[in-house]
Design a protein around this ligand. Structure first.
Ligand SMILES: Cc1ncc(COP(=O)(O)O)c(C=O)c1O
Length: 355
């Protein structure tokens, strides 16, 4: 049996989602006539406490459309040096939007350095610098092991940006995980920011789709940018139907993924050759590293070897580079699977002769 811990994007739709997809009422969404998409958009706006929402095919398109809607060509977008937007979205803000990315440091818990944000904001009065239009933040933070930004941190960042006339976009791909970990409604976390993207296709287990939320004016602009990016879909209500089930039925169970992740992290901590900070595991992602026989962190080549061995023993995981291994818990994995995954990892360590 394979236990796939590479990402929560590997989740398959629930039986209720498949049923809802089969029965979905459809229309042409480019004409705004797909009743299921319209219902999902209303529900997303309502859940996040924003005026309006837009269904987009992916998180990457949602973030890119948001950046294009907020920042004009030649206007700078500030991003964290560990952010998904900076690392993994093909530089869309710059390549498609014409916005230079100004990069600020991120601490281990996904928080941006407030001082660096402040000194990095340009009001455009100096002709050498691109004026800053937008600050992007990420919650939960993918590369920082699913770390959560608290509402006070989001407020501090938004207050600072807004004081300089800069808008704030939150990459909330896993915002429902953040809300679950903090025990607050998603609307509380979304309140300080001008726009947010969240994914239906990760922990919430829908097969496809993300949402952009914000003011009516922002969504109007983002709608045009979605069209520009090729994201105007037609009878996409078949996908939105699963999204509605995701929001109505899959949020409460996220706590189970967090418990499984914590259990997995504690199991990893029992291996003398594995370094993991269990206190950092607050949602469904755990980052860890393995030491070789020389007591050094695995090199990239050794990491690939370890991942291949783990795969041979039925456990799939990924790496974010420099010997960091990432595992993500999700719908479809039970406590027993966590035990089995730990057994697979023990065998991989033995094969590598570092157990
Ligand atoms: C934090 C974060 N933002 C954005 C995305 C992009 O989502 P998608 O894969 O749907 O484009 C991801 C995907 O893993 C992510 O982890």
């Amino acid at each position: 049996m394979i236990i796939d811990l590479r990402s929560d994007t590997v989740t398959l739709p629930s039986p209720a989602m498949r049923e809802a997809m089969y029965r979905a009422e459809l229309g042409d969404d480019v004409y705004g006539e797909d009743p299921t998409i319209n219902r999902l958009q209303e529900l997303a706006a309502q859940r996040t406490g924003k005026e309006a929402a837009l269904f987009v095919p992916s998180g990457t398109m949602g973030n890119t459309a948001a950046i294009l809607a907020h920042a004009g060509r030649g206007e700078a977008v500030m991003v964290g040096n560990q952010s998904h937007i900076y690392h993994y979205e093909v530089g869309g803000a710059s390549t498609v939007g014409g916005s230079p990315m100004y990069v600020v440091p991120t601490d281990a818990k996904g928080m941006l350095d407030l001082h660096q944000v402040e000194v990095g904001i340009s009001d455009g009065s100096d002709e050498h610098t691109a004026p800053t239009a937008l600050l992007c933040i990420e919650n939960t933070h993918n590369r920082c092991g699913g770390a959560v930004l608290h509402v006070e941190q989001i407020e501090a960042l938004a207050r600072l940006a807004h004081a300089h006339g800069v808008k704030v976009h939150m990459d909330g791909a896993r915002i429902f995980n953040a809300a679950t970990a903090l025990g607050v409604p998603v609307s509380t976390l979304a309140q300080p920011v001008d726009s947010m993207m969240f994914c239906l296709s990760k922990g919430l287990s829908a097969p496809v789709g993300s949402m952009l939320v914000g003011s009516r004016e922002f969504i109007f602009k983002a709608h045009r940018m979605r069209k520009l990016l090729g994201g105007g879909m037609r009878q996409a209500g078949v996908l939105a139907a699963a999204g509605i089930v995701a929001l109505e039925q899959m949020v409460e169970r996220l706590a189970e993924d967090h418990e499984n992740c914590k259990r997995f992290a504690f199991g990893l901590a029992d291996f003398p050759q594995i370094d993991v900070d269990v206190d950092r595991v607050v949602t469904n992602i755990v980052n860890f590293s393995v030491r070789n026989a020389r007591q050094e962190r695995l090199t990239d080549a050794e990491t690939m070897q370890f991942l291949a061995k783990a795969r041979e023993h039925g456990v799939l995981m990924g790496t974010t580079g420099e010997g960091t291994i990432r595992a993500v818990t999700h719908y479809g994995l039970a406590a027993d699977d966590i035990t089995a995954a730990l057994t697979g990892i023990r065998r991989a360590l033995i094969d590598m002769q570092i157990a």
